[in-house]
Design a protein around this ligand. Structure first.
Ligand code: OAD
Ligand code: ZN
Length: 314
């Protein structure tokens, strides 16, 4: 474990560190969105994994909902849950506003977010300051042919509880089906595809859908690699520039994001803001409590006007 830098202890030390820093890494987790009504993962009361444990899902551990091998075996388990975790708010929390404020003041080096709610964008955090370590719903990829689409394209399927299938696979299957028939495949007298749709005369071509690849949102599942930008930015860019680390609202239980803090040079001061303390990493200053309250107090002491009121209604 990294040794604490003994010179920083108090809330005021945190304030002056933030005031003097020029290149802050802010590492965030689900705790910064709970004030918007979005559950975190591991809180005993309302965490998503606690909620999932109460459902009758055919898995041993709720985290398996996001396990890539399980998804490949049976995507319905993920899609049972996915409709409830789709981003659906234009709001952002005071903590998101705080990160945006650091950006405005030219102090934000990078926000490494584990969140897939994409709320950083609502707060105006610039895409080139943001690493979505666990991906997002912004795009989706076919698990069979690799075809990528924008996330919106599969949202209606997700919301209606259908498994989204790949358009490209479907057209490939249809083209293959057509050419087979052209080469003398069986046809009914009407020319309809009686082989597939024996008594179905409408033109619904869904016969080939079950063979088409399943679309998966580009959120990082357990067993999948993080986006390349995560590693590239951290190692080739941020490591030598960072002068302060602020970790907010994450239990730091999931690698490799949990390894970011110990990876950074040990003389860089590290602040932890969360309801729940961590014991596996030594921060210099722990500010335990509701993160929206903590950042508001830091701003008050710094003499900065954190505009909570800019949270727009949905
Ligand atoms: P966790 O649920 O593990 O941790 C959230 C932390 O934030 C907990 O320590 C809470 O006590 C704290 N917290 C919640 N609300 C808070 C508030 N209003 N103010 C201050 N603290 C608050 O969530 P993450 O650490 O983000 O990955 O989880 C990491 C990853 O595990 C997620 O990205 C997700 C999950 O499996 C994937 O789905 C791939
Ligand atoms: Zn495909």
């Amino acid at each position: 474990k990294r040794a604490k830098l003994m010179k920083y202890n108090t809330v005021n030390d945190a304030v002056s560190l933030i005031q003097n820093a020029k290149n802050i890494i802010v590492l965030t987790g689900a705790g910064i969105s709970t004030s918007l009504g979005i559950p975190d993962f591991r809180s005993a009361q309302n965490g998503l994994y606690t909620q999932l444990a109460n459902l009758d899902l055919p898995i041993n551990d709720p985290q398996e909902v996001f396990n890539i091998d399980i998804f490949r075996e049976d995507p319905t388990i993920f899609y049972t849950v996915a409709k409830d975790i789709l981003p659906n708010t234009k709001k952002f929390s005071p903590t998101h506003a705080f990160i945006a404020m650091l950006q405005q003041k030219g102090k934000l080096l990078t926000n490494y977010s584990q969140n897939i709610d994409n709320i950083e964008a609502n707060a105006g955090i610039s895409p080139d300051k943001l690493i979505q370590c666990h991906g997002s719903f912004a795009t989706a990829t076919c698990q069979k042919c690799g075809h990528k689409v924008i996330g919106d394209a599969i949202f209606s399927d997700i919301k209606e509880g259908r498994i989204p299938r790949c358009d490209k696979c479907i057209s490939t299957l249809r083209a293959a089906g057509t050419s087979k028939r052209k080469r003398g495949g069986k046809r009914s007298s009407s020319g309809k595809r009686s082989r597939y749709n024996s008594d179905d005369t409408d033109d619904d071509d869904n016969f080939d859908i079950p063979q088409a690849g399943v679309m998966k949102p580009d959120i990082t599942f357990f067993g999948e690699a993080l986006p390349d930008t995560f590693h590239d930015r951290l190692v080739k860019h941020d490591k030598d520039l960072v002068d302060l680390v602020i970790v907010i609202g994450t239990s730091l239980k999931v690698a490799p994001v949990s390894e970011v803090v110990p990876y950074l040079p040990p003389h860089i001061p590290q602040i932890y803001i969360s309801r729940t303390p961590v014991s596996h990493i030594n921060f210099d200053i722990d500010l335990l409590g509701d993160c929206d309250v903590v950042v508001a107090e830091l701003c008050r002491r710094a003499g900065w006007d954190l505009k909570h009121e800019m949270i727009p209604p949905d």
